[in-house]
Ligand binder design. Structure first.
Ligand code: NAD
Length: 285
C-alpha cells in the first residue's frame, strides 16, 4: 500500500502550500511549513488550523483536531526542515525566488530526501539547474483548491530518478488523489491546456462575441467544464494567469499571445476574486 513520507516540509504557506501541507498531514505525515517571516508564518498556521477544522467538521479525517495540530508546525528557519523526507516548494511563481529557495532547502534537508516544486509552469529542468542533486527533484503540481481537486501532475525532469517518480505516484495515491505523469515542457499538460482555452475566451469577450457569463456557460453546459474559463481565471487570479501566459508566449510561441483585455484588467487592479473583480464581480461571494 502507498504511504506518505513521515515528515514533509512545505516551503511557502500560502494558498497552495497550506493545502498541500493539509493533504499530507491528514494522510499521516508530520508537516513543517516554512514561511518568510513571523507574520506570514502566523497567517499560514491560522490557515492550516482552519483547514484542519474543516476536515474534522466534515469527518474527512478519523484523527482528532488535537492530533493533527500536534503534527503540524510553521517556522521561519530553514534548518527546521532537517528531518524532512520530502520538501515541497510552493513559494510565488518567480523564477529567481524559486531558485534561491530550492537551493536553500536542498542544503537543509537530508541528502537522501526528495525535493519537489509546485510550480504551475516554470521548467523543472531550469529549476533543477540550481541544485546539487537534480536527480532527487521533480514537479508535483497540485490544483487549487487542493482539498477539492483530485488531480496532481507529476512533472519529470531530464534527471529525475525513476525511484522518485514511483514514490511520487505513491504519495499522490496515499493522499487520495490521482497522478498524471508528464515530461517537463512549458505549462506541462494542465496549465498549457487551461490557459489556451482561457486566452481564447478572453479574446472572444474582447471581440464582443458574447458576455463573460455566456462564454463560460458554453463550456459549462456544452462541454461539462465544472467552472467556465473566465470564472476560473478570476479564481486563479488574473495576474497569475498573465504571468503564465507571458511565459508560454515566450517559450511556445504566439498562440499564447496575451489579449489586451487581460493586461488592462491586471493594470487596473482587477485581479479576480481576491480583489473583488476580474471578469466577474465577487463582492457578495
Ligand atoms: N493559486 C493557484 O491557483 C495555483 C495552482 C497551482 C499551482 N500554483 C503554484 O503554487 C505556487 C504558490 O502559489 P500560491 O497561489 O500558493 O501563492 P501564495 O502567494 O498564496 O503563497 C506563496 C507563499 O509563499 C510565501 N513566501 C514568499 N517568499 C517566501 C520565502 N522566501 N520563504 C518562505 N515562504 C515564502 C508567501 O509568504 C506566501 O505565503 C506558485 O508556484 C504557483 O504557480 C498556484
Amino acid at each position: 500500500m502507498s504511504s506518505v513520507p513521515e515528515v514533509v516540509g512545505v516551503v511557502g504557506g500560502g494558498r497552495m502550500g497550506v493545502g498541500i501541507a493539509h493533504a499530507f498531514l491528514t494522510a499521516g505525515s508530520t508537516v513543517i511549513v516554512l514561511e518568510r517571516d513571523s507574520a506570514t508564518a502566523a497567517t499560514a498556521q491560522e490557515s492550516l488550523c482552519r483547514a484542519i477544522d474543516a476536515s474534522v467538521a466534515r469527518q474527512s479525517t478519523s484523527e482528532s483536531r488535537g492530533a493533527l495540530i500536534a503534527r503540524s508546525s510553521t517556522t521561519v528557519d530553514v534548518a527546521h526542515l532537517a528531518t524532512a523526507e520530502l520538501a515541497v516548494e510552493a513559494v510565488p511563481e518567480d523564477l529567481e525566488l524559486k531558485l534561491e529557495m530550492l537551493r536553500r532547502v536542498e542544503s537543509s534537508i537530508p541528502t537522501d530526501a526528495w525535493l519537489c516544486s509546485n510550480s504551475s509552469s516554470l521548467s523543472i529542468d531550469l529549476l533543477a539547474g540550481s541544485l546539487a542533486r537534480p536527480e532527487r527533484f521533480c514537479g508535483l503540481h497540485f490544483f487549487n483548491p487542493v482539498p477539492n481537486s483530485s488531480l496532481v501532475e507529476i512533472v519529470r525532469g531530464r534527471e529525475s530518478l525513476g525511484e522518485l517518480i514511483d514514490n511520487a505516484r505513491g504519495w499522490v495515491a496515499a493522499i487520495g488523489k490521482t497522478p498524471i505523469l508528464v515530461r517537463d515542457s512549458p505549462g506541462f499538460a494542465s496549465s498549457r491546456l487551461g490557459v489556451v482555452i482561457a486566452l481564447e475566451a478572453m479574446r472572444m469577450l474582447e471581440e464582443g462575441v458574447g458576455s463573460a457569463e455566456d462564454i463560460d456557460t458554453a463550456m459549462v453546459l456544452g462541454y461539462k467544464f465544472p467552472v467556465g474559463p473566465l470564472r476560473l481565471t478570476d479564481m486563479v487570479g488574473l495576474d497569475v494567469r498573465l504571468g503564465i501566459a507571458e511565459y508560454l508566449e515566450r517559450t511556445i510561441g504566439p498562440r499564447f499571445a496575451v489579449p489586451e483585455i487581460l493586461r488592462k484588467r491586471v493594470a487596473e487592479g482587477k485581479l479576480g476574486r481576491k480583489s473583488g473583480e476580474g471578469f466577474f464581480r465577487w463582492a457578495d461571494e
